[in-house]
Design a protein around this ligand. Structure first.
Ligand SMILES: NC(=O)c1ccc[n+]([C@@H]2O[C@H](COP(=O)([O-])OP(=O)(O)OC[C@H]3O[C@@H](n4cnc5c(N)ncnc54)[C@H](OP(=O)(O)O)[C@@H]3O)[C@@H](O)[C@H]2O)c1
Length: 370
């Protein structure tokens, strides 16, 4: 009885989102046991078919064998089925190893998993798409991914990547020939061949997405984009909603492990986990600041993919389905949005990206080059 009540409040929010037409066919199933089951996690329908769990595990900056294994085991045990990776995270092979163990032991079925990976910035050419996706599938030991995303809208020369870090790509290695429509057509061919169940883009702006929507009979089903308390992306989310594109928030708790990278952009990383309003709301609901930050996004029908390699935090980050932020909480958190000024990742350190014709954040171009 108590456990059923646990999900009542969130369910009303998701139902309301559905009636608003925010994302269709959102499903929340009732909890039956104390341990969260994968089916307890709400999912959102994708325009190209199937659905995506709204809570996933981020894996950027997790490259240690043991570290990743521990995090992924904790996640799968806690009910996560959505795992986000990318070619440039250099961990697909480790994820593949853990998934293979879970699949071969019969602890999880392939059809219950939702694995997303990304076409890297050094392969932004139509001819590179089949090769790069095949490499990802081979490392992940899978026949298909559930979501294949174009990681960045800009491109660099393939030979400029040292196989370790995209931050090391020199400022003169940009490849201005990037043709989104041609790359997208190659992605659609992969979907038709069954190697990717759904397709999406990441770090694209509205006009870049619109170009693909107008171009293809298979428009992007998902946008993965930086989205958190200080950068809530309200206009972009509204645009996606109108175009039946689901949104996934990356860095949903403000990427506290990325101080080193933000410094490269000449910025300081704000500490979202210690914002007074967040702490106050957390105290009121007896939840942590991270859980409030995640719940604020989730309640809008946006997927969250927090990264943690600390098992207790992995569990904490999915334990956000048994409470609901009220209108006052939401209004307070909504008001903390700083718009473009709250953006953390300018990505100017990727092969001269700011000078690329497809650099997406024109408002930041001057700031990024200064
Ligand atoms: N498409 C893109 O361009 C792009 C860009 C960035 C990220 N992403 C994806 O989005 C995922 C998430 O973004 P992110 O890794 O930048 O940042 P994030 O998830 O906002 O933050 C991760 C950091 O928060 C800490 N943390 C996690 N849970 C916590 C908790 N409950 N309490 C306190 N600290 C906690 C983690 O530390 P511990 O690990 O030590 O627990 C880690 O340092 C990535 O991993 C990646 O999959 C995509």
């Amino acid at each position: 009885m108590h456990l059923t009540r646990r999900l009542c409040a969130p369910l009303s929010h998701f139902t309301r989102m559905k009636s608003l037409g925010l994302f269709a066919a959102l499903t929340v199933l009732a909890a039956h046991s104390a341990a969260l089951r994968a089916s307890d996690v709400p999912a959102v329908a994708l325009s190209s078919g199937g659905s995506m769990p709204l809570v996933g595990l981020g894996t950027w900056q997790v490259t240690g064998d043991r570290e990743l294994e521990q995090a992924l085991d904790a996640a799968l045990e806690a009910g996560y089925r959505h795992i986000d990776t990318a070619t440039i995270y250099n961990n697909e092979h480790l994820i593949g190893k853990v998934l293979k163990r879970w699949l071969s032991e019969g602890k999880v079925k392939r059809e219950d998993l939702f694995i997303s990976t990304k076409l890297p910035v050094y392969a932004m050419r139509a001819a590179d798409v089949p090769d790069l996706l095949n490499q990802s599938l081979s490392r992940l030991q899978l026949d298909y991914v559930d979501m294949y995303l174009i990681h960045m809208p800009f491109g660099v020369n393939r030979e400029s990547y040292n196989g370790v870090s995209i931050v090391a790509i020199g400022p003169n290695d940009t490849d201005p020939s990037t043709d989104h429509r041609a790359i997208w057509d190659a992605m659609v061919a992969e979907k038709e061949a069954g190697r990717a169940r759904a397709l999406g883009v990441s770090n694209f702006n509205e006009s870049q997405i619109e170009r693909l929507v107008k171009h293809s009979a298979v428009p992007p089903a998902n946008l993965q984009v930086e989205l958190h308390l200080f950068h809530q992306q309200k206009p972009l989310v509204e645009f996606c909603k109108k175009n039946s594109i689901t949104v996934t928030a990356f860095s949903p708790i403000g990427s506290p492990g990325s101080k080193w990278l933000i410094k490269l952009s000449g910025k300081e990383l704000p500490d979202l986990l210690n914002v007074p309003e967040v702490l106050e709301i957390a105290k009121k609901h007896r939840k942590t600041a991270a859980q409030v930050l995640l719940r604020h996004i989730l309640q809008k029908g946006i997927a969250v993919i927090p990264k943690s390699s600390t098992p207790a935090r992995v569990r904490q980050n999915i334990d956000i389905l048994d409470f609901s932020l009220d209108d006052e909480d939401v209004a307070s958190l909504d008001s903390l949005d700083k718009g473009i000024d709250g953006k953390l990742f300018i990505m100017k350190n990727i092969g001269g990206s700011v000078n690329h014709p497809e650099y997406p954040w024109t408002k930041l171009q001057n700031e990024a080059t200064s």
